[in-house]
Design a protein around this ligand. Structure first.
Ligand code: AMP
Length: 293
C-alpha cells in the first residue's frame, strides 16, 4: 500500500492509475478508523480497480469551540487496517498541503470556499456554523488531489451525503457518489470515532439515539403521517437517558432537508437526531419512504 503526503505525489499517482485504464474510488475519512469506515472501504473495493483512502482531520469543518485539537489521530493503526483490507493507497496530507494559504496573513488565510446554500441551513447546519462549508471545501480539494471516478460516503452523516450529492451534481464533477448504510454496534449505537469520548455510563445510555430513529421508522412504516407524532416518539425514546441533552429531533424531506408537517405516501423522509452526552455530540438518522396510504 502506497502512502502519499503531498498533493503533487497524489495527483501524479492518480494520473498513472487513469493512464492504465483502472477505475479509481476515493473514501474520504478523518481517520481513527472503525467498522463504519471499513464498510465504506469494502464498498469502494467492490466499485473500482484502485482504492484510495484519505485521512485528514479537516480544521475548517470544526467550529472554534469544537474538538479539532483533541480529535483522535491514530495513523499507524489506520494504515495497518487499510493495508490488511487490500487498499491501494492512503492520502494523508498536512494542513499546509490542503490549505496552502492558511498561514498567509496578508489576506488573512484561505479565500476560496465551496458552499452549498440552503441545504446547509437545517439539522446540524443550524447548530454547527460553517461546518458544511468546511466539508464541501475539503471534499472538493480531495476530489482535485485524488481525481477519483467514484467517492464513497456514509449515511451516518446523512445531511453531508445529501449536500455532497448536490455539490457534485451542480459543480459538474464527473464522479459517482455512493452512499453506505450506517454500521452499528450490536446494541444499535452507530459507530463513530467520537464514541471513544463517552464514559461507560454514557456509552450505555447512548443507545437511545438508535432507539429514537428506530421508533421513528416504526411509526412511519405503521402509517403515521403526522410529523409531530413521529418526533414525539423520538423524544420519548431520548427521555429514557437521564444524561442526554437533545439538540434536535426532526423529520425532514430527504431531498430538500426542509421540515415536514404531514408526511405524504411515497415521500422520502429523514428522521434525524443530535444529542449531547457531556461535551460529546452524537448523531443518528433513518431514511424512510412513507408507505402508500
Ligand atoms: P469521518 O471520519 O467521521 O469523517 O467519516 C468518514 C466517512 O465515514 C463519512 O462518509 C461518514 O459518513 C462515514 N461513517 C462514519 N461512521 C459511519 C458508520 N457508523 N456507518 C457508516 N458510515 C460511517
Amino acid at each position: 500500500m502506497k502512502v502519499f503526503r503531498t498533493v503533487d505525489a497524489m495527483q501524479q499517482h492518480a494520473r498513472s492509475v487513469a493512464r492504465t485504464g483502472r477505475t479509481h474510488a476515493l473514501v474520504p475519512t478523518m481517520g481513527a478508523l472503525h467498522d463504519g469506515h471499513l464498510a465504506l472501504v469494502r464498498e469502494a473495493l467492490d466499485h473500482a480497480d484502485h482504492v484510495t483512502v484519505s485521512i485528514f482531520v479537516n480544521p475548517t469543518q470544526f467550529a472554534p469551540d469544537e474538538d479539532y485539537e483533541s480529535y483522535p489521530r491514530t495513523l499507524d493503526a489506520d494504515r495497518e487496517q487499510l493495508d490488511a483490507l487490500g487498499v491501494d493507497a492512503v492520502f494523508a496530507p498536512s494542513v499546509d498541503e490542503m490549505y496552502p494559504h492558511h498561514a498567509d496573513d496578508t489576506l488573512a488565510g484561505p479565500l476560496a470556499w465551496v458552499t452549498v446554500d440552503r441545504l446547509n441551513e437545517t439539522l446540524c447546519g443550524r447548530y454547527r456554523d460553517g461546518h458544511f462549508r468546511g466539508v464541501t471545501t475539503v471534499v472538493t480539494k480531495l476530489f482535485n488531489a485524488c481525481r477519483p471516478d467514484v467517492a464513497v460516503f456514509g449515511e451516518k452523516d446523512a445531511q453531508q451525503l445529501v449536500i455532497l450529492r448536490r455539490m457534485t451534481d451542480e459543480l459538474l464533477f464527473d464522479i459517482d457518489i455512493v452512499g453506505v448504510p450506517i454500521v452499528r454496534a450490536p446494541d444499535g449505537l452507530a459507530r463513530s470515532s467520537r464514541n471513544a469520548y463517552l464514559s461507560e455510563d454514557e456509552r450505555a445510555q447512548a443507545t437511545v439515539l438508535s432507539d429514537a430513529v428506530s421508533a421513528a421508522r416504526a411509526r412511519i412504516e405503521a402509517g403515521e403521517q403526522r410529523a409531530e407524532a413521529v418526533v414525539g416518539a423520538m423524544q420519548q425514546a431520548l427521555r429514557s437517558a437521564p444524561d442526554a441533552r437533545v439538540q434536535y429531533a426532526e423529520v425532514v424531506d430527504a431531498h430538500t432537508l426542509r421540515p415536514v408537517d404531514t408526511l405524504h405516501p411515497g415521500q422520502d423522509v429523514l428522521a434525524a437526531v443530535a444529542v449531547f452526552f457531556g461535551d460529546t455530540r452524537l448523531i443518528d438518522n433513518a431514511f424512510v419512504t412513507v408507505p402508500a396510504a
